[in-house]
Ligand binder design. Structure first.
Ligand code: 4AD
Ligand code: MG
Length: 463
């Protein structure tokens, strides 16, 4: 359907051609002499309006299976449409019912809530919203690879099963083998069982960063793009237990290079969807978040704001706004603070905050000369708050060892990570983009659970 209707004159150049459309029936309107059937194949938002006269081959079947949701194969001629909704329609010569749909089909025309659709994750891609999200998500993934490939980065596959906790926050899921014993086992027993398999406790990765660093200190600029997992019990509209992360790692680079790369990346992918997903973006602009196209256009064109953590705290202390979590130097910025900064203080412009207190950041971040802060940065955007988190890495062996000890982390288990500082260490930096938060930002969706086909959150792992 996109092939026919996606051109500049919405299919008028195809008038007179014979085409075959294969898709799913959205609606069927039987009238005495003619039947209108809207068919969608997921290639774009537009349906193909199929006009069936009694002479069409297979017409009798249509009368008898008057149900939406069925799959069909329709052959016909493209003609100019009489209706105002579309430029062209399909005058059907032949229709074949491929798969009948039961009358209980839950995706009927009436508008269902997104909460309801989450309980129908296997069928929701057949709705306008979720098919548009799937296409924009795909375009963002494509643009991500395109950006890094065009800039000389090498894509590295980081492992999903790992023994190390990159963020040191203890939010990992354990990996066990499936046997009756372990299925019913207590936590203690489970550890014994999975130690057998890998020789030590193993977990689902929370971040591919440490592995990416090993490749960056050999291939220079690399990136990962894969699933990551966090067992944080935060039932919010911006947390998932399973999410995808894009993690570039730049060798011979400092925090300024890192921030410049994150900015260029975000602007590139936003521009890509504005240019290549026009129909879907118009849909989000009308139905999901009014004005999102203008806001994204600004993001793609305007400079981002930069300020230090210390300045951000000062700004929060100066405002009259009441926050649920009090602000003081040293506190972790909460989503309400992040949103105030980007939405209110800087009018919707993305903001990069840098140089956070070392106490609230991970062990691997490079200590600044003041001894109190680290070369970390978070990129904040309206509605979401933190979209990107990154830092310059501590490349000095002594400092890194000291930090591991200070945090009482098991130094021995980081032996390979420390080796990178022992053999040809270089200043390097990187960041992580939460891919679902990016999709959320780009589509205007309120809940992150609607940005990934099969969301995983506390108490929910169906499908
Ligand atoms: O800030 P985070 O924890 O940073 C890291 O994991 C670094 N190792 C990245 C790096 O420097 N290579 O996570 C990075 C981003 C966040 O900014 C957020 O967008 C996303 O990952 N994120 C989540 N997205 C969805 N659900 C969750 N539970 C998320 N936790 C983090
Ligand atoms: Mg973070």
């Amino acid at each position: 359907i996109a092939d026919v209707k996606g051109g500049p004159n919405e299919g008028l150049d195809r008038v007179g051609q014979t085409v075959v459309v294969m898709g799913w029936v959205r609606t069927l309107r039987l009238q005495s002499s003619v039947t209108f059937m809207e068919v969608n194949d997921g290639s774009c938002l537009s349906n193909m309006q199929c006009v069936l006269n009694p002479e069409a081959e297979g017409y009798d079947q249509v009368i008898s299976w008057n149900f939406t949701g069925a799959s069909v194969c329709v052959q016909g001629t493209i003609v100019e449409s009489q209706g105002s909704k579309q430029k062209v329609e399909l005058k059907v010569n032949k229709i074949v019912l491929v798969g009948q749909s039961d009358p209980s089909y839950p995706m009927q025309k009436k508008r269902a809530t997104r909460e309801f659709l989450r309980t129908k994750a296997h069928l929701r891609p057949r709705t306008n919203t979720f098919s548009a999200v799937a296409r924009v998500r795909n375009a963002l993934a494509y643009a991500t690879h395109k950006f890094f490939q065009e800039n000389g980065f090498v894509w590295v596959s980081s492992p999903i099963i790992t023994a190390s906790d990159c963020e040191g926050a203890g939010e990992q899921f354990c990996v066990t083998t499936l046997s009756n014993e372990c299925y019913y086992a207590s936590a203690v027993m489970t550890i014994i069982l999975f130690q057998d398999f890998f020789g030590k406790p193993a977990f689902l990765t929370v971040s591919g960063q440490l592995n990416a660093e090993t490749y960056a200190t050999a291939l220079s600029d690399v990136y990962t793009f894969g699933p990551t997992f966090r067992a944080e019990n935060s039932n919010t509209s911006r947390h998932l237990a399973e999410f995808w992360m894009i993690e570039p790692e730049l060798a011979f680079a400092d925090l300024n290079d890192d921030m410049a790369c994150a900015t260029a990346y975000l602007q590139y992918v936003v521009r890509h969807i504005l240019e290549n997903c026009k129909e879907d973006m118009e849909f989000f602009n009308t139905w999901i978040e009014k004005g999102i196209i203008d806001r994204l256009t600004d993001v793609a064109e305007k400079e981002f704001v930069q300020l230090t953590y210390t300045d951000a705290v000062e700004l929060l202390l100066k405002t009259n706004k009441k926050f649920e979590f009090p602000v003081a130097w040293g506190c972790d910025l909460q989503s309400e603070h992040e949103r105030y900064i980007t939405e209110e203080a800087f009018g919707g412009c993305p903001v990069i905050i840098r140089d956070y207190p070392k106490e609230i950041k991970a062990f691997y971040m490079r200590q600044n000369d003041d001894g109190k802060t680290v070369a970390a940065m978070d990129l904040l955007v309206p509605r979401i708050g933190e979209l990107v988190g990154g830092s310059q890495r501590e490349e000095r062996l002594g400092y890194l060892e000291y930090r591991l000890e200070e945090l009482k982390l098991n130094k021995e288990s980081y032996w390979w990570y420390l080796d990178l500082r022992r053999y040809g260490s270089v200043p390097h930096a990187g960041f992580g983009v939460g891919f679902e938060r990016l999709v959320q930002f780009a589509t205007g969706l309120e809940n992150i659970r609607d940005t990934i086909p099969f969301p995983r959150s506390p108490g929910s792992a169906e499908f």
